[in-house]
Design a protein around this ligand. Structure first.
Ligand SMILES: *[C@@H]1O[C@H](CO)[C@@H](O)[C@H](O)[C@H]1NC(C)=O
Ligand SMILES: *[C@@H]1O[C@H](CO)[C@@H](O)[C@H](O)[C@H]1NC(C)=O
Ligand SMILES: *[C@@H]1O[C@H](CO)[C@@H](O)[C@H](O)[C@H]1NC(C)=O
Length: 591
């Protein structure tokens, strides 16, 4: 730690001696595309509010995509040869311009010291500082205010734009949290009854009308229950202080677990661990449990039985100010990337989604890069596509950054290095709510080009030739796969609740991949790793899925009427991706 008194003494002396303090010339660095409707301004920051900011130093790194793709391409001799933590670090070091990185690091650190700001934390990404709002505003040419998000009444400080000193703009990637208006309505499960236009069963909450694990085993031919554990592991990400309750979970499996239906036996009883990534507090009790977490644990472990499942709670140590404002993606991904091989979960399930345009490009790039590093380590990442059709994660007016009419893609669903999961309803068509479309940030990767081109040329996209709403046909298309996502029975806070959402389908697909990995490991084969090149390869795309060919996802509304969104068709489409994975078929093809 530096000695702040010394520095301030020096500065004070400088002032007394009349040395000029040149005001650094500031240049705007980032501006929020928009403040989402779900964020509400509460008040301006007052001068002495203490803000905690993280300065991400530019990485000066470019990993050759071919290194990653070779390990995920079934036709490459490198397929399945994944990297350990040390090997990954060596590759990242080789891909980094180390001198430029060090120079940036030193410059940023020196600048912080010169401002007489204490560094409260240092990580591989950069520095955390705590500054009074008045100082933050002059350093970054910003105007901080407090905002609340729908469903969360703790105000957090944000600014709509910020600047950097001219001399540092090539050394700092971004300052966080500043323009980060992530939406609160992640792919949060909704109780089924809100979906009025689709069928809604009534009657007792049991498996005859609703979806229990056994119904998914029947529909998707999950014909395998592991009898013993293996190295196959699953991580379920629990963001936003969502807690799961072991008691409800146990009681759910006792009532609806597979042994109850003659599949598997007592020995296949599931367990799960909870790991707090960064000092997050786990409140494992019925009254703190939330349906999102409960759904994830109930509908993953029901299938994986004795395999190792961990609920990862990324978060920050409680802080006096703004404890709730830290976006956990980078924390969680850096934690996973550093795990030794024996502890690495080879499948990750993430049911949280933001509108892509509410995630600044600089931040989205860092997160997406880290998903590509997970691909190098042999991890399959399953991400929920979102729950508002072409409107993105939540009901919106479909306005792009310049106020233009535009479909709203979702992130991290739009990152090419994850496998994005949509939802089907009524056991066959794409669900109206399921999100699909094309990224405005990430270009279309080679492995999906043919599939997407065929869809766009099919004349069956459901979107008129001169669409009222723009979409970016050259972007990464999603979802990749789809599975039933409606009418799931979830036991939460002692109550059975019918639930729906891409949050429901995602953990089930993750469990299916965890099972395939288990079979492969028991046969001495490598785990599946980054899935997309494999899934889009013609033989698997044609023979491994139950194609979903019906229904449009919800579109955006013009003044007069609700437009239809993308339509499901034969083969890949932007409503249902490749269709629903059929476990028995994939097992035959891949194990
Ligand atoms: C779910 O599976 C159970 C047991 O096989 C069956 O009795 C029930 O009809 C199925 N429910 C649905 C909605 O298909
Ligand atoms: C699951 O794996 C983690 C990481 O290797 C380990 O810490 C934990 O003890 C394992 N849990 C069980 C139940 O085996
Ligand atoms: C369309 O996507 C590409 C990346 O594929 C991006 O560079 C471009 O800015 C996007 N266009 C718009 C209008 O967002």
């Amino acid at each position: 730690m530096l000695a702040p008194t010394l520095v301030s003494l020096f500065l004070a002396t400088g002032l007394v001696a009349g040395l000029p303090q040149p005001a650094a010339e500031l240049v705007e660095h980032e501006r929020a595309a928009l403040v989402p409707n779900s964020w509400h301004l509460v008040r301006s920051a007052t001068a002495d509010d203490i803000l905690t900011l993280r300065i991400a130093v530019k990485e000066h790194r470019k990993v050759d995509e071919n290194h990653i793709l070779a390990r995920s391409d079934p036709n490459s001799p490198l397929y399945g040869k994944y990297l350990g933590a040390d090997e990954l670090n060596a590759l990242l070091a080789d891909s980094t311009s180390t001198d430029a990185r060090q120079a940036s690091w030193d410059k940023v650190e020196r600048w912080i010291h010169q401002q007489n700001i204490p560094i409260t934390r240092e990580s591989s990404r950069g520095f955390e500082i705590q500054v009074p709002a008045s100082q933050a505003e002059s350093l970054f040419g910003a105007k901080f205010s407090y905002y609340t998000r729908d469903g969360d009444n703790k105000p957090v400080a944000r600014t709509e734009a910020y600047s950097l000193p001219l001399g540092l703009r090539d050394d700092i990637d971004f300052v966080y949290p500043t323009i980060h208006f992530f939406d609160s309505a992640r792919s949060r499960v909704a109780e089924s009854k809100v979906e009025r236009r689709q069928h809604f069963p009534t009657g007792p909450f049991d498996c005859s009308k609703y979806v229990c694990p056994v119904n998914l085993t029947e529909k998707y031919h999950i014909d395998y229950v592991p009898e013993t554990a293996s190295a196959s592991k699953l991580s379920v990400a629990g963001f936003l202080e969502q807690y799961a309750d072991h008691e409800d979970w146990k009681s759910f499996l006792a009532q609806f677990g597979l042994p109850k239906f003659g599949l598997g036996n007592e020995a296949t009883q599931a367990t799960y661990n909870v790991v707090n990534v960064n000092g997050a507090e786990n409140k494992d009790s019925a009254d703190q449990a939330q349906i999102e977490a409960q759904l994830d644990m109930e509908f993953s472990t029901a299938f994986t039985g004795p395999l190792n499942v961990t609920y990862h709670l990324p978060g920050n140590k409680p802080r006096p100010i703004e404890q709730n404002n830290q976006e956990p993606y980078l924390e969680y991904l850096d934690y996973l990337l550093a795990l030794p091989e024996a502890d690495m979960p080879q499948v990750v399930s993430i049911s949280y989604t933001d509108d892509e345009q509410s995630v600044p490009l600089s931040y989205a790039n860092q997160v997406c890069d880290r998903f590509s590093y997970l691909a190098l380590r042999g991890v399959s990442v399953l991400v929920a596509s979102g729950d508002a059709g072409t409107q993105g994660t939540t009901f919106s007016d479909c306005k792009g950054p310049d106020g233009e009419n535009r479909f709203i893609p979702t992130f991290p669903a739009s990152c090419p290095w994850v496998t994005t999961v949509g939802a089907a309803t009524n056991w066959d068509g794409a669900a109206g709510y399921t999100a699909g479309g094309f990224s405005n940030y990430f270009t279309q990767p080679a492995w999906q080009k043919d599939a997407v081109a065929k869809y766009l040329a099919s004349g069956e996209t459901g979107i008129p030739e001169n669409p009222y709403f723009a979409y970016n046909a050259s972007g990464r298309g999603y979802p990749d796969v789809t599975l039933l996502g409606s009418d799931y029975l979830v036991l939460n806070q002692g109550r059975l609740t019918p639930s729906k959402g891409t949050s429901a389908s995602t953990p089930v697909v993750a469990a299916m991949i965890t099972l395939l990995n288990d079979i492969r490991l028991k046969k001495g084969m490598p785990v599946l790793g980054f899935l997309n090149p494999l899934l889009y390869a013609a033989d698997v795309a044609e023979a491994g899925f139950q194609d979903i060919t019906q229904s449009n996802i919800n579109g955006c509304s013009t003044r007069d009427h609700q437009q239809a969104g993308f339509k499901a068709t034969t083969g890949w489409d932007a409503a249902s991706g490749l269709g629903a994975p059929d476990f028995a078929k994939l097992r035959k093809l891949l194990t």
